[in-house]
Ligand binder design. Structure first.
Ligand code: MG
Ligand code: ZN
Length: 345
C-alpha cells in the first residue's frame, strides 16, 4: 500500500543511487543561520525541489531522534525512544535494509557514535535507543558495506567482553581508527571507528565528515547495482541543546560541506538522488539579527530540547520532484524505494 502513490522520474532518468542526508535538529532557522554565516550561500541551495515534513511521533507532539529517525528510515511513526520498531515493539525495516536486500551497496556516515539513535534507526530494532550494546549487535549481524563515525567503545569495551571489531575483521571488514587509515583503504568492506565516543565537534574534527562522505561515495559507487548512503550531520542537534548559536552555525556549515560532496557526485553521475532533511528542530532557535558581510548571527533559543515545527526537505537529481509539498515524516521511505524500483515483500 506504500506504493499506490504515483511517482515519476525526471526526464526518464533512472534513480540508481540515493544519498539520504539528515541534519539532526536542522530546522529552517539553523539552515538560514548557516547561510548567513557562510556569506549568504550554502551548497544545499543547489537543490531544485523543497518541501516540509511533519515530525510528531506516535507518542509525542515533539519527537526525539529515535522516533524521528525510525519514521524517516522505516516509514512508520513509533514512540519516542524506540529504534526500528512499531509502537507495539514489532521490528520494522528501513529503506537501507530494503536496498541491501535487493543487492544494492549500503553505507552510513555520522559524527556521533555509530550506535546513536539516528543511524541505529536504519539498521537496528530495539525498544530503547539507550541499548547501545544490543544496537551494535544488530549492526554486526547486518553490516552495511561501509560505515563511519565514532563509538569504538561500543564494539571493543563491552559488558559481554566480546570484541566486535574482531568479529567484523573475521567477516572481511577492514577497520580504520583514524581518517588517514580510512582514506588509504581499498576494497568495499570498511568500518571507520574514528573516535571512542562521539566525534569531537566541528572545530576539532575538521573535515572528517565531508572527507568520509567522499570516501563512502568512492567505495559505494564502485558497484553495478547502485547504492543507498545515509549521512548525518549529527551534532547540529547537540549545539541546539547547548543553545550555542556559533556551534549550530559551525555544525551546519560542516554538514553543508558534506552536502557539497554528495551534490558534486550526483551532478556527474546523473542517476543519483540526493535528499536532505532533518528529524526535528532543536532549541526552537530564532534569529534576531544577522550580517552577510561579517557572518555574524544573533540567535535566541526558546528551549534546551526539541521543538515541534515542520522541518525542510531539499532534493536534487532524478525523482527530486517527489519531495515537494507538505508530507508526513513517514512518506520519505516509500518514495525512496519506489524510485529505486524496490518492492518490499
Ligand atoms: Mg542523530
Ligand atoms: Zn536532540
Amino acid at each position: 500500500m506504500f506504493f499506490s502513490v504515483a511517482v515519476s522520474s525526471l526526464a526518464g532518468q533512472k534513480v540508481k543511487n540515493i544519498i539520504f542526508m539528515i541534519g539532526d535538529g536542522m530546522g529552517a532557522n539553523q539552515v538560514y543561520a548557516g547561510m548567513t554565516a557562510n556569506g549568504n550561500k550554502l551548497n544545499l541551495e543547489q537543490c531544485t525541489y523543497t518541501g516540509f515534513h511533519k515530525t510528531y511521533s506516535a507518542s509525542d507532539y515533539i519527537t526525539d531522534s529515535a522516533a524521528g529517525g525510525t519514521a524517516l528510515a522505516c516509514g512508520q511513526k513509533t514512540k519516542n525512544g524506540m529504534i526500528g520498531m512499531s509502537p507495539d515493539s514489532v521490528p520494522i525495516y528501513s529503506s537501507m535494509y530494503a536496498a541491501q536486500q535487493n543487492g544494492l551497496a549500503t553505507g552510513f556516515v555520522v559524527t556521533c557514535v555509530v550506535a546513536h539513535a539516528t543511524p541505529a534507526a536504519f539498521y537496528a530494532h530495539q525498544p530503547s535507543r539507550k541499548m547501545y550494546e544490543e544496537i551494535i549487535l544488530d549492526l554486526i549481524h547486518n553490516t552495511p558495506d561501509i560505515f563511519i563515525g565514532g563509538g569504538r567503545k561500543h564494539l571493543e569495551n563491552r559488558s559481554d567482553s566480546i570484541n566486535l571489531t574482531d568479529s567484523l575483521r573475521k567477516t572481511g571488514y577492514q577497520v580504520a581508527y583514524n581518517l588517514e587509515e580510512l582514506q588509504s583503504m581499498k576494497g568495499s568492506k570498511i568500518a571507520g571507528l574514528l573516535a571512542n565516543g562521539d566525534m569531537p565537534d566541528f572545530s576539532i574534527r575538521k573535515d572528517m565528515l565531508p572527507v568520509s562522505v567522499e570516501k563512502a561515495i568512492e567505495v559505494l559507487s564502485d558497484t553495478k547495482k547502485g547504492f543507498f548512503l545515509m549521512v548525518e550531520g549529527s551534532q547540529i542537534d547537540y549545539k541546539g541543546h547547548d543553545n550555542d548559536a556559533e556551534g549550530v552555525v559551525g555544525e551546519m556549515i560542516d554538514f553543508d560541506k558534506a552536502i557539497g560532496k554528495a551534490l558534486e557526485f550526483a551532478k556527474k553521475d546523473k542517476h543519483t538522488l540526493v535528499v536532505i532533511t532533518a528529524d526535528h528542530e532543536t532549541g526552537s532557535m530564532t534569529l534576531k539579527s544577522g550580517d552577510f558581510q561579517t557572518g555574524k548571527v544573533t540567535a535566541q533559543f526558546n528551549t534546551k530540547g526539541h521543538s515541534g515545527v515542520l522541518v525542510p526537505i531539499f532534493a536534487y537529481g532524478p525523482g527530486s520532484e517527489n519531495f515537494t509539498g507538505i508530507m508526513e515524516n513517514t512518506a520519505l521511505k516509500a518514495k525512496c524505494l519506489q524510485l529505486l524500483g524496490i518492492n518490499e515483500k
